[in-house]
Design a protein around this ligand. Structure first.
Ligand code: BES
Ligand code: MN
Ligand code: ZN
Length: 515
């Protein structure tokens, strides 16, 4: 899908040839029928008749409307015009067009009070979200026919104001698409080695350096906990290290750590068969790190970022770890593995220890860590845990601004009580109660040398049921957090990439070659 940002006045838009003209209409937009152009008259009539009010997500469509060059006109309500409602409206309109053969779509913002940068960004991201179709293992899937979306603003000065938001939206779309793509792939098409290949492909974009560590290097680092999880699988583990240097080389980096369990059977503590297939999504943290780096390559903000992805499978096997096994982590702490299904924290803890070596400004880990977080927060907000109030506030704010929400949960020391054991420094599980928090308490033991936050995305990274598929979350949250950090550090010129008005095509990532 191509995106374009353009100035179109009310009267110009009437003669704009396209397959669908989508008009974003706020509640109480007032009647335009007194204005001379056909679009104003049509919308005015619809409002005056009471047929269309502009309630968020509500639509009114017409085919070959008189006086317009557009084949279809869709009025779509945006309610109060909030970003959330803009997203809802665009998802509704683009969702409806999925079943048409419209190729060229114009989304017009001239009825909005302030069609600004954030609005344009939201429109672009929502368009791509609605049009996304997974094709890697189902190439004949009917593709959404929309080829080009033009976001129209009514004046040149508004165009200037919206340019940065447009560029950000287009950059985000690429990152979110990459995250969805890798998350959706079945485990046999997304092994640790293939995931490392996807990272190496990012290295070809320029601006990103990639290093892949295999079992030998990881053993040398002493990552006994990570290795223990991988030992039940025939697929060799990979530790993926990404580096984006957008700022001065002395500036401390933000480190993103993504859980990359490419399939989680539970190991010897095996999971029930029902819905076990969804555990192909247990690398969504990793996918969000890859997606974030894809967007960094596009937007080139002035910040240094490291990405760490411990990737392996969690399988039952003759060589697999057994409940009660004790292993030694890179930090030197011994861990009693009481439940082999609590494997995410076992791979993350060694990556967190490794993160120390980068002298980070902050470390954020992203993981589909616990079913308990799904119970606590459902699919609306990701769980946020942090030992650092400023970091927690920045991530909360990034969640709000990107519409990729999270919610902070506590880390009281009392929650760590259940992790005590007579056989090692720490056990990998406590009881059932407060499972998302006890998992975070486990991780915190390995993250006490830097500002640290943990995002539990078990409920938000994918959807089950009929709409089964990856959401691309929390790429938007991470990008907004990093952009905010870049502007704090570097003033207003945080995005250093030249802004292109006409964007390039976004396609699914090519199949990577094995490293
Ligand atoms: N990958 C799962 C968490 C998960 C479960 C995410 C369901 C999404 C849906 C994780 O590795 C896991 O199995 N966690 C266990 C921890 C338990 C053994 C303490 C869980 O949540 O049941
Ligand atoms: Mn598990
Ligand atoms: Zn898992």
């Amino acid at each position: 899908m191509d995106f374009e940002l353009k100035t179109l006045t009310r009267s110009r838009i009437c003669s704009e040839k396209c397959d669908a003209l989508v008009l974003l209409m706020p509640l109480g937009a007032g009647a335009f029928s007194s204005e001379g152009d056909a679009l104003s008259q049509l919308t005015g009539l619809a409002i005056e008749s009471g047929d269309f009010e502009g309630k968020a997500g509500k639509m009114l469509a017409a085919y070959r409307p008189q006086g317009l060059s557009a084949t279809r006109l869709m009025l779509v309500g945006v309610g109060d015009g909030s970003l959330k409602n803009i997203r809802l409206a665009v998802l509704a309109a683009m969702g409806a067009l999925k079943n048409s053969n419209a190729k060229r779509v114009v989304i017009d913002s001239s009825a909005l009070a302030e069609p600004g940068s954030a609005m344009v960004c939201t429109v672009v991201v929502a368009c791509a979200d609605a049009a996304y179709v997974y094709t890697t293992t189902k190439p004949k899937a009917t593709l959404s026919p929309v080829e080009r979306v033009t976001v129209a603003v009514p004046s040149a000065s508004l165009l200037n104001a919206a340019t940065a938001g447009f560029a950000k939206g287009v950059g985000l779309v690429k990152g979110i698409a990459l995250a969805k793509e890798w998350a959706n792939r079945p485990a046999n098409h997304a092994t640790p080695t293939l995931l490392a290949g996807a990272a190496q492909d990012l290295g070809k974009l320029g601006g990103i350096k990639v290093e892949i560590l295999g079992p030998k290097e990881v053993a040398k680092l002493g990552m006994g906990s990570f290795m223990a999880v991988a030992q039940g699988s025939g697929e060799p583990l990979r530790l993926i290290v990404l580096r984006y240097d957008g700022a001065d080389k002395n500036a401390a980096p933000v480190v993103l750590v993504g859980k990359g369990i490419t399939f989680d059977t539970g190991g010897i503590s095996i999971k029930p068969a029902a819905e076990m297939d969804e555990m192909k999504y247990d690398m969504c943290g990793a996918a969000s790190v890859l997606g974030t780096f894809r967007t960094l390559a596009e937007l080139k903000p002035a910040i240094n970022v490291i990405g760490l992805i411990p990737a392996c499978e969690n399988m039952p096997d003759g060589r697999a770890i057994k409940p009660g096994d004790v292993v030694t982590s890179m930090s030197g702490q011994s861990i009693e593995i009481l439940n082999t299904d609590a494997e995410g924290r076992l791979v993350l803890c060694d990556a967190l220890t490794y993160a120390e070596s980068f002298k980070p400004a902050a470390v954020v880990d992203i993981a589909t860590l616990t079913g308990a977080c799904v119970v606590a927060l459902g699919g609306v907000r990701s769980g946020l845990f942090s030992s650092d109030d400023a970091l927690a506030q920045s991530l909360m704010a990034a969640g709000e601004s990107s519409l990729d929400l999270c919610w902070r949960l506590p880390l009281d020391e009392d929650y760590a009580e259940g992790l005590k054991t007579n056989f090692a420094d720490v056990a990998n599980v406590a009881g059932r109660a407060g499972g998302a928090i006890t998992a975070a308490k486990f991780l915190q033991r390995f993250a006490n040398k830097f500002a640290w936050a943990h995002l539990d995305i078990a409920g938000t990274a994918w959807k089950g049921g009929a709409a089964k598929g990856a959401t691309g979350r929390p790429v938007a949250l991470l990008v907004d957090y990093l952009l905010a950090q870049a502007s704090v550090a570097g003033g207003a010129q945080a995005i250093t990439a030249p802004v292109k008005i006409r964007a390039t095509k976004t396609r699914p990532a090519p199949r990577p070659s094995a490293p």
